[in-house]
Structures are given as structure tokens and as C-alpha cells.
Write a protein that binds this ligand. Structure first.
Ligand code: ZN
Length: 460
């Protein structure tokens, strides 16, 4: 046997110069026949050490804070101790039992006016022991709950932190709700940021996503709206809102705009996939006109479907391809025309393309009929799409060359990060609008870095 021991001590150094040392743990290794697992600190050992360190530290902090408040600020005498209240506080490094001291009034009887004691309790200690859990623990439970399922979040916390910290999925859910409501309250309360109207227009990118609803909800799915607001020289602000919650869609968008320095006279550009209700929500949010741009990504996808369908037909074994060859001339120009701001011209070629498809059906009879008709349907869909959004079609090429955004593919990535990871259909999860809304609030705050230290003030 060749056992070596590492003892870990904590030394407290108080402001009055006194010191106190105590051992919080020891680690032993038999080095006569070592294995790879013997190298360095093990997780279980680290958990134990952290928990002991936390207990020591909290104990010392409460003792010192209470000592400061025990001194009467009028006469300088030390108040006598009435009793100690036992309670626990949940921290990132374990649930720690604490003794909250209660103090007797000072004999000088001027203690009513003393700000350091309230109801017999040291104010400094009360400030330390606010709430049942430390803000950092609540924040981390909320963040993990927004990234993983509540159960997974509880397990991950349990894996890395001392036992009892993760609690269960219900705790994670509750903590997430707490943080979500705070994030929202903070958004609602925050005043207008100073507007830098010379910073150019604010760009709102919007997209919707469908989420499976809990059984008993009025519909099987409901739609959440996610998006982002970009302003020059500011980090992106993400937002998300579910239906049937206390926050309306326009309110959520207005808060996000406000956080980015929006004031009523500032220009707002909306990039959307063409869903008129999304654009309408932004109009309501700014209570005025907005510039709507149909995003290039969605146009491009639809044009690509047409192109690919036609390419498939031309490469097939159809007997009569003449009309389709003719249609190809126009299909090849579509992308170029729309990109360069000639969307009207592009639209006018579409009936011609459909006519050629109809001719191809007549010539080929039943052969390939379904495929040609599918092609014609894609062309008709594109025609409808461009027609409905004609006012939102711009010279994409010029805007792109000017370095300005032309696509909500940025909003798509928001949807991906906000919704898909946590609540897409493959996960078989069902959501209430309120539950989904809360997860999305925390998730958006995590993406933006708004959940970081000091950004939120926990109450109660
Ligand atoms: Zn006194």
C-alpha cells in the first residue's frame, strides 16, 4: 500500500486580521497499482469539495454580515442574539443549511431608527438570503431548461453539480417560468433606448413556426412568431411570441424595436416570407407605415422548384419536348429578372410558360401528363405568390450590392435556434402556448446574451 493523501483547507481571513483554517476534505490515492481513473480529481470528489467550500463560505458570510449589523450604530454596543432560524438555501453547489440570526433590540432603545436591523433580522443577511435559491442557480436552471427538455436539464445539472441541485423537471420548469416572466417584465418596463436615427433603418426579420399543442387546446398546432431586429452597430435582438399569452405579437415586436433604439419616426424595414399577418403585426407595433420586402430566399426557393421540375421534364423520355424547350427560354430568365427588379416582366412570362406546358400535355397525351401538370402547378403557385406580394418586390441585386439584407434566411436561423432545437415535431413534445412562450423568451434571451450576470434582478 502506498496511499498518498491530499488535504484541502479553507482559510478564512477576516477584515480584522483574524484567520481561521479548517479542512474541508481529503483525497486519497493508492499509487502502488494506479489506473487512468486515479489521475487527478474525480467528479464526485469535486462535487463534495465544492459543496463543503460553499457551506464554509456561506456560513462565514452570514456570520460576518450579522456581526456587522449587531453593532448598534447609535451607541456602538453589540446587540444580544435572540435566536437563530434554521433554513436552507439552494445554490449551484448544493443546498446549504443556514442559521439566520435574530437580534434583540439594543438597550439604548434607538434601534427603531436603525437601518441595519429590520424585524430583528440583520439587513445584510436578509439581502444575502433573498429567495429560496441563488439567482445564479435559477438562471442556469432556466437556461438549460430553454436548451433541453426539462427532464434532461435536471439530469445534466445533477450530473455535474452536487446532488440535489438539479432537483427535478418540475423545478426546472418553475425556474424557467420565473426567469421568463422577469425577462418579459424587464422588456416591458425598460424605457426607450436613446435613438440613433442616423443609424439608418431598423430591419425586422420575421418568420412563423408551428408547434404541436397540448391535448385539449383548441387546435392541434399553433403558430409562434419568431424574429430579430437588427440595427447598425448593435447586437441583434431576438424575439418570439406565442398566441393566447398576455403579450400580444405587436407588443413583443415593439419591445424588441425599442430595445434597438427605435422611436416612432425611425424607418422600419420588414423582411418576411409574404405572410401578410406578420407584416401587419409590425405595422401595428410601430403604429405607422413600414417598408415591406419579400425576402429573396423564399422567392429563390419557389423559382428553383420551377427550374428543377422543368429540368426533370427536359431530361426525361418524353416524346415531344418542343413546347418545353420553348418554355425553358423564359424559365431561365425568371431568376435573373426578379433579382434585378423586373418582377412584373417575370410575372408576365408565367402565363406563357403555363400555355407551353398545356401544349406539351396535348402533344404527349397520357405520357408524362402528371409530371407536366405538376410543373404547371408550380408555375401557377409562383405567379400567385409574386402577385400577392408585388408591392414588396424590389431590385434585389442593387440592394445586395449595397450590402443590405435581402433575406429572412436570418429569421429562419432564429426559428431554427429558437424553435426547432427545443420543440420541433420530431421531439413529440406538446406545448401549451404559455409554456412555449416562456421557453422562447428565455431562449431568445440566451441567444442574445441577455441572461448574463447582472442583467436580471431577481425578486422574492
Ligand atoms: Zn444602541
Amino acid at each position: 500500500m502506498a496511499v498518498t493523501e491530499w488535504a484541502i483547507y479553507v482559510e478564512t481571513r477576516r477584515p480584522d486580521g483574524t484567520r481561521e483554517r479548517c479542512e474541508i476534505g481529503a483525497i486519497r490515492r493508492d499509487l502502488s497499482a494506479p489506473g487512468p481513473d486515479d489521475l487527478g480529481l474525480r467528479l464526485a470528489e469535486a462535487k463534495g469539495l465544492l459543496q463543503q467550500l460553499q457551506i464554509r463560505m456561506i456560513d462565514g458570510q452570514i456570520e460576518q454580515s450579522a456581526a456587522l449589523d449587531r453593532r448598534c450604530c447609535h451607541c456602538g454596543l453589540t446587540r444580544s442574539l435572540h435566536d437563530r432560524r434554521q433554513r436552507t438555501i439552494q445554490t449551484l453547489f448544493g443546498t446549504v443549511p443556514v442559521c439566520q440570526p435574530r437580534l434583540r433590540p439594543c438597550p439604548c432603545r434607538r434601534s427603531q431608527a436603525d437601518s441595519s436591523v429590520s424585524g430583528g433580522r440583520s439587513r445584510r443577511v436578509s439581502k444575502l438570503l433573498k429567495g429560496r435559491a441563488t439567482p445564479e442557480l435559477v438562471r442556469i436552471q432556466a437556461e438549460l431548461g430553454a436548451r433541453l427538455s426539462f427532464r434532461e436539464a435536471a439530469r445534466v445539472i445533477d450530473l455535474f453539480l452536487p446532488s440535489g441541485v438539479g432537483a427535478n423537471h418540475m423545478t426546472v420548469r418553475r425556474r424557467l417560468a420565473e426567469i421568463a416572466d422577469q425577462v418579459e417584465a424587464r422588456d416591458n418596463a425598460s424605457p426607450h433606448r436613446i435613438s440613433l436615427s442616423k443609424g439608418g433603418p431598423l430591419i425586422v426579420s420575421l418568420d412563423g413556426a408551428h408547434i404541436r399543442a397540448v391535448p385539449g387546446f383548441q387546435t392541434r398546432h399553433f403558430e409562434v412568431t419568431t424574429g430579430r431586429v437588427d440595427a447598425k452597430e448593435r447586437p441583434t435582438r431576438h424575439f418570439a411570441v406565442a398566441p393566447n399569452v398576455s403579450m400580444s405579437r405587436p407588443d413583443t415586436i415593439r419591445n424588441a424595436l425599442r430595445a434597438q433604439g427605435w422611436l416612432p419616426d425611425r424607418e422600419v424595414i420588414v423582411l418576411s416570407d409574404g405572410d401578410p399577418s406578420l407584416v401587419g403585426a409590425v405595422r401595428t407595433a410601430v403604429r405607422g407605415p413600414v417598408t415591406h420586402i419579400l425576402d429573396w430566399f423564399h422567392i429563390s426557393m419557389r423559382v428553383r422548384h420551377v427550374e428543377q421540375s422543368l429540368a426533370g421534364l427536359l431530361g426525361s423520355d418524353l416524346e415531344h419536348k418542343g413546347p418545353l424547350d420553348y418554355a425553358a427560354f423564359n424559365v431561365d430568365r425568371l431568376r435573373h429578372l426578379i433579382w434585378n427588379g423586373y418582377a412584373d416582366e417575370a410575372r408576365h412570362t408565367l402565363p406563357d410558360i403555363m400555355q407551353m406546358a398545356a401544349n406539351a400535355v396535348v402533344l404527349n397525351g397520357q405520357q408524362g401528363r402528371a409530371r407536366i401538370e405538376r410543373f404547371a402547378r408550380l408555375v401557377r403557385d409562383l405567379e400567385t405568390y409574386l402577385g400577392l406580394n408585388s408591392s414588396a418586390l424590389i431590385d434585389y441585386g442593387r440592394r445586395y450590392r449595397a450590402g443590405l439584407p435581402i433575406s429572412t434566411s436570418r429569421a429562419e436561423s432564429t426559428v431554427n435556434s429558437l424553435v426547432n432545437m427545443r420543440m420541433n415535431k420530431r421531439r413529440q413534445m406538446r406545448w401549451s402556448p404559455k409554456g412555449a412562450h416562456r421557453v422562447l423568451q428565455v431562449r431568445a434571451a440566451v441567444v442574445d446574451g441577455r441572461l448574463a450576470d447582472g442583467q436580471l434582478r431577481l425578486t422574492g
